[in-house]
Design a binder for this molecule. Structure first.
Ligand SMILES: [Zn+2]
Length: 158
């Protein structure tokens, strides 16, 4: 972790403190939800939603080549920013603000990842304002970083 350019020891410790209390059971979905980073997937047909490993009726969303499908009617779910859900603002600010800025300034692999996400999003969504492209790219890169981080043993030391 410390060896990822731009994270540094202090931020690595902070990430461990935030991400590894036993309440998450070392589960990345739970942590994403807690940090306000989970995407809510909703069905435009029946109102079913899937969010951070939980759903409106207890049934998981069905993965497919086109994306997540509704378990009730097979409609493609639409990803939206989660509204009216509680999350920890301090942790979200740390991840998307402090940590993301450090990564971008350090110019390491994650800064290149953020840049390539930005280019990809800008060409996919030419109508999006720059700020939205930036925020989405950062969110995707931090999500990736977290999934790599959670794939390590919880007992990994810094
Ligand atoms: Zn549905």
């Amino acid at each position: 972790m410390v060896f990822i350019k731009g994270i540094g020891l202090a931020n690595a410790v902070r990430l461990i403190v935030y991400a590894f209390p036993p309440q998450f059971q070392y589960n990345i979905n739970k942590f994403r939800k807690y940090a306000g980073l989970a995407v809510m997937f909703q069905c435009p047909q029946c109102g079913y939603y899937y969010y951070g490993g939980e759903s409106s009726n207890g049934k998981p969303a069905v993965p497919s080549e086109e994306g997540w499908l509704c378990p009730n009617d097979g409609t493609k779910l639409i990803g939206t920013a989660a509204r009216n859900v509680k999350y920890n603002r301090t942790v979200k600010t740390f991840l998307l603000g402090i940590l993301a800025n450090n990564l971008m300034m350090a110019g390491g692999v994650y800064s290149r990842i953020i840049k390539s996400f930005k280019e990809e999003l800008a060409s996919k969504h030419p109508d999006w304002p720059k700020l939205k492209v930036q925020r989405t790219a950062v969110r995707k890169a931090i999500s990736l970083l977290l999934s790599q981080y959670f794939s390590l043993s919880p007992y990994t030391t810094v």
